[in-house]
Design a protein around this ligand. Structure first.
Ligand SMILES: [Zn+2]
Length: 175
């Protein structure tokens, strides 16, 4: 089921989300709504609080677009009860936006570790560890932040903030 993205200002987006039991019917329902909503809203990741469920679940998928670097494409992944167990000391600056911040209408530069290792459960409750770098590492950190009520605008330097149109112009794309 496609859900509206909960927007900044709604207390739900600032809530610390709770761990969930897996496998469970509830978790399956949340994951399926997240996947549908992420694709509908054209996002590369979406966390359960963004669809109004304060649970520790997020999904990621870097789909092919005209402007996206083909090397950054990544298949659909589901993370339940995730924990970042290692972050690189090397940090990088990168652009971020968020479906919950003015419906992806604002972009800003955020400094984050270049790579992370995350431990999580899949939809069947099986534990796994994933080492990610580049765009996927950034998405994972952004989504884990959502589970703790943190938004990218809390981490972005405010002088880098741009409207979506100005951001696309600055990237040399049509607004
Ligand atoms: Zn977000």
């Amino acid at each position: 089921m496609i859900k509206e993205t909960v927007q900044v200002g709604n207390p739900l987006i600032r809530t610390k989300s709770k761990r969930v039991a897996v496998p469970s019917a509830q978790t399956r329902k949340i994951v399926s709504a997240l996947v549908e909503s992420m694709r509908h809203h054209d996002l590369v990741g979406m966390a359960a609080p963004q669809i109004g469920s304060p649970t520790r679940i997020f999904v990621t998928e870097v789909r092919r677009t005209k402007v996206r670097d083909p090397k950054s494409l990544d298949p659909l992944r589901v993370f339940v009860n995730p924990k970042i167990i290692h972050s690189s000391t090397r940090e990088v600056l990168g652009w971020e936006g968020c479906g919950s911040v003015a419906f992806s209408g604002l972009f800003g530069k955020v400094r984050r570790p270049q790579s992370v290792t995350v431990r999580a459960q899949d939809i069947e409750g099986v534990s796994f560890e994933l080492h990610a770098s580049g765009l996927l590492a950034r998405i994972i950190q952004h989504e884990v932040d959502h589970l703790n009520g943190t938004l990218f605008i809390d981490r972005a330097s405010s002088k880098t903030l741009m409207s979506a149109n100005e951001y696309r112009k600055a990237q040399g794309r049509k607004p």
